[in-house]
Design a protein around this ligand. Sequence first.
Ligand code: ARG
Length: 483
Amino acid sequence: MGETAPGPGTPPGEGDGGSGVVGGAPLWHGRFAAGPSEALMAFTVSLPFDRRLAAVDISGSRAHVRGLIRGDLLTPDEAGAVLGALDTVEEEIATGDFAFLPSDEDIHTAVERRVTELAGPAGAKLHTGRSRNDQVATDLRLWTKQALTSVASAVLGLQSVLAARAEEVGDAYLPGYTHLQQAQPVLLAHHLLAHGWALARDLDRLLACRERADVSPLGAGALAGSSLALDPEGTAVDLGFARPFDNSLDAVSDRDFVAEALFVLALIGVHLSRLGEEWVLWSSEEVGFVTLDDAYATGSSMLPQKKNPDIAELARGKTGRLVGNLTGLLVTLKGLPLAYNRDLQEDKEPLFDSIEQVLLALAALAGMVETATFRLDRMAAAADTPAAAATDLAEWLVARGTPFRDAHAVVGELVRRSLAGDGALADLVAADDRLGPEAAALIAPGVPVSRRTTRGGGGPAAVAAQRERFAARLAADRARLTS
Ligand code: ARG
């Protein structure tokens, strides 16, 4: 941008050095006596970010051309020239040889302009029956479907790492928390898989979102369809969409699929931020449950001893921006009248950004979790406090007929007396005639966690069954993704 030399199609008298007019003929040059100002181009251009739609834009154009042949709107020769030009454009873009012009407002304009240069008169027929409104919606849906699939694979990648580590750590246990206060011990595998199940729901949402994105808007034209013999069903099939649009106004203005994708990505971010926050704590000296591998930690420029959990912190921190991307788009969409409005161009940057950031985060976290060393001795020591057995003591009383509320009070009072200095909890329990030595044995290291036996619970037998269910779910999801 910023070039003021007159271009090939600049209306006469415009585009001279000082006019602030950009060279090159805009797509609407027939109606306009003057070319676009630099200020307009600088403000409205989307090429810097929508270039990444080049490949899907070319696919969309190929399908459109084949539709035009079926409608007798292009002769085979004309179609051959246009398809050949599209091949060349694809090649030029792939190799970086494509020369973008200041007048190329977006990727659609750039591709069509170059096709017209290469294909001669036939090139001028490429846009027959098509608008950039249905074109950009088609491109973005194609792109989004692919991107959601990539994110789903990356989610599976992190889930696989969590599952592998959950297998490897066996029956190691750590404190389970509520309110970040020690509550009841659970297996480390149980804790790792808890994050895995959240990701399983994310994967579901990604695939559901992909399904709703799987509608072809091509053939909707600017807003109302066409008088020409277009073939929306045929082009939908050609592009691999599940179905064509039902309403042309909706087809060109619907960005639900982007908003949904941004929500799913923001929620993945929220999930990753929770894991990230825990790993920040776990890797601190005070907690010390995990040592990060050097390749997945950072140092300090000033403090020689430091090893910092930057991946975990950024997993936490970047979530703000993912939520912002969702919020921003929802506000953009709010109140927009039918059908296409240029506001909709604001859909792309948040989408591209959220996809990119979530992919980076998933890969970095997968590496961090895969390579970290768990300090199982420290986890067990933290979990083996006498108070960790408090609930088991109350349940021991319940199993012998004491109403739970009364059992809770009995144990609570012993905990309070122990904290007040009356003696070790185990001694107080052993000496209490409602409890006694058999109950006191529950306080021994490793015993409380073994008593979490119910389905989905945190003890060894329950977790063994859970591991199998998680592995089955992973295998099924992997198959869903490849089908
Ligand atoms: N760059 C535009 C976008 O992303 C393409 C569609 C422009 N359509 C229009 N009628 N100005 O939305």
